[in-house]
Design a protein around this ligand. Structure first.
Ligand code: C2E
Ligand code: CA
Ligand code: CA
Ligand code: CA
Length: 279
């Protein structure tokens, strides 16, 4: 019995260390991936609902893994957040997005704005506004071309620190938006104190529009709330024409989703919009 217990114990320990090793391997893999420039950005257009014009793009990171191919952020952002690698990863993304936007401007392409996602850890760094200022300086991108997205849950988690951080970024002349809106627990008292420009309605409320009565009510409320606060409102995950029509009727300002375009590599994005006569 004693022997069996010992074996069990060993078995358990082995199991534990196997998953720990696996985790370390993946972590090292991602660390190397960041250093060796295996990350790439794809760009998804944001469209003005009334005119169909391009209002900006959102940069979305992918990992070009040597063996596994193009890996979705859903598979490595959580790991990056857990290990802290999200900080260097986020710095890479910010710089690469600013460089890309600067080169589009220099080439005379009319991309009004470049939106970049921030993770909570990145945004909470004390010197984060200073880091953004350095990136703008190094890349030569004027601040008004950059938009930063933080999620509603990140924004509300330590709301008074959020105000402080957002105020510094706002004073630099950046655009600021709240992502995945409707999925967190917003305090309206805080929301009105955030110096933000945009609310992005989470795609979960868009998916079943306009048939789902609850989602329709939520989307309408968010559009009304945004407009009462003089904010631009963007619908995310728009896939179908009837969603576009409904959102237009409700006065939603902008939309983003597969209906217009999937996220694309830079060259593909440029040819897509050149073909449309947009540039
Ligand atoms: P998100 O910021 O909410 O980005 C929108 C996601 O929805 C993207 O997934 C986009 O490809 C997808 N999407 C856009 N339109 C549609 C549509 O019509 N239908 C459907 N089903 N999906 C649509 P992606 O690129 O896989 O990114 C997933 C999440 O990973 C992002 O969600 C964001 O939270 C995170 N992420 C991506 N890039 C970065 C980054 O550079 N930094 C950080 N911190 N997070 C990032
Ligand atoms: Ca986003
Ligand atoms: Ca502002
Ligand atoms: Ca979102």
């Amino acid at each position: 019995a004693k022997e069996a217990g010992k074996n069990n114990c060993q078995f358990y320990a082995k199991g534990m260390s196997a998953s720990a090793v696996n985790f370390l391997l993946l972590e090292n893999d991602l660390r190397r991936g960041i250093e060796q420039d295996q990350l790439i950005l794809h760009y998804q257009p944001q469209i003005d609902l009334a005119s169909g014009a391009l209002t900006g793009v959102e940069a979305l990171v992918r990992w070009q893994h040597p063996e596994r191919g193009l890996v979705s952020p859903a598979h490595f952002i959580p790991l990056a957040e857990e290990t802290g690698l999200i900080v260097p990863l986020g710095e890479w993304v910010l710089k690469a997005a600013c460089q890309q936007q600067k080169s589009w401007i220099d080439a005379g392409l009319n991309v009004p704005q470049m939106a970049v996602n921030l993770s909570t850890r990145q945004f909470r760094q004390r010197d984060f506004p200073g880091k953004v200022a350095s990136v703008l300086r190094e890349t030569g991108l004027p601040a008004q071309y950059l938009e930063l997205e933080i999620t509603e849950s990140c924004a509300m988690e330590h709301a008074s620190e959020t105000i402080n951080q957002l105020n510094q970024l706002n004073q630099m002349g950046l655009q600021l938006s709240i992502d995945d809106f409707g999925t967190g627990y917003s305090s309206l008292a805080y929301l009105k104190r955030f110096p933000i420009d945009k609310l992005k309605i989470d795609s979960s409320f868009i998916h079943d529009l306009p048939l789902d009565q609850n989602d329709a009510a939520i989307a309408k409320s968010i559009i009304g709330l945004a407009h009462n606060m003089q904010l631009t409102v963007v619908a995310e995950g728009v896939e179908q024409e009837h969603q576009v029509k409904w959102l237009c009727e409700q006065g939603c300002d902008q939309a983003q989703g597969f209906y217009y375009a999937k996220p694309m590599a830079a060259a593909q994005f440029v040819s897509h919009f050149t073909a449309r006569g947009e540039f």
